[in-house]
Design a protein around this ligand. Structure first.
Ligand SMILES: [Zn+2]
Length: 71
């Protein structure tokens, strides 16, 4: 299983996702609304711990696991 981190600069947040999550699509994101201007994907990472560590290191005000895929 692959894990990804989405960093959103506009909303100052980071979310950890599983690659198969509908919001993640293996790091491609959703087609609508993800123009690349609001943030960027990090990953893939082989394990959840690594992805969480990266997310925390980004230092965003709001850092969580995705509530939809619950990695
Ligand atoms: Zn997700």
């Amino acid at each position: 299983m692959a894990f990804y981190v989405y960093e959103n600069w506009t909303h100052d947040r980071a979310r950890v996702h599983v690659g198969s999550c509908g919001y993640c699509n293996d790091g491609r994101g959703t087609q609508a609304g993800d123009s690349g201007r609001n943030g960027q994907w990090h990953g893939p990472y082989d394990d959840r711990q690594a992805a969480v560590a990266v997310a925390e290191k980004l230092g965003r005000a709001d850092t969580k696991l995705c509530g939809t895929c619950a990695p």
